[in-house]
Write a protein of this length. Sequence first.
Lengths: 155, 155
Amino acid sequence: MERADYSDTNCSVARTLAVMGDRWTMLVLREAFFGVRRFEAMQRNLGIARNVLTDRLHKLVENGILARVLYQDRPERHEYRLTEKGLGLYGPLIALMRWGDEHLAEPEGPPLVLHHERCGRDMAPTLTCSECGETIDPREVRPLPGPGARAHTRA
Amino acid sequence: MERADYSDTNCSVARTLAVMGDRWTMLVLREAFFGVRRFEAMQRNLGIARNVLTDRLHKLVENGILARVLYQDRPERHEYRLTEKGLGLYGPLIALMRWGDEHLAEPEGPPLVLHHERCGRDMAPTLTCSECGETIDPREVRPLPGPGARAHTRA
């Protein structure tokens, strides 16, 4: 029986996790999405060891997720800004947040609410189908081999 | 200046990652969402060490994400099914997949496509605002302290 190759090397989930699945990396990204751009502020907010933060920032820059930008000349100071590629990680990040809000928050409610400036209301980010616009129910979705699937034989 | 407490202990992203941010855990979940329910099949598909898989399944059951269900009496055999809480992780999982498809896939395209049985088309899961229905642009969202925020003083 043929089946798409879901192995680590050919799975977009595994590949994405390899880039940002480390817990500190994702917390650094969270800071970036909250508008925190400077090393010192990230370090203070996260209580992260300086060498760990340096390492995670370096990898995020290497992967094109953050850009290291000079913002002051004397002395030289850099800040970290999300690239377009990095901005694309907003979806995964708030999807993780939403689930935590629903299942792991304190009884008084979630620590954050997301205010949608476009419509002026607090919102729940919702996963919808690009084709019909309906909210996605996982039981109604079937994964099929895509163009990049490597079919292989399975006993 | 007051600011919401974004520390690890009061952040839904950090809490969610503590439960499922481990790479093997997320790959086990991927299998579960693809309909794989049995230890042997997961082990074979993932090429994961048996003791690691046992450990991750145990934790997922403990956290109420998977349920261990008897499906055969003699000999006793169990399978692992997603609970409602577990089904809620579909959003984070396909959000991660989507980003990988866009940024890390092979030139020929993504390894999987998602077929929406409800509308009969292949789709891109899209993050929209629950209030106005528009696609979410991270630059238009502001995080505000929620009911569970613990305000604290910051120098």
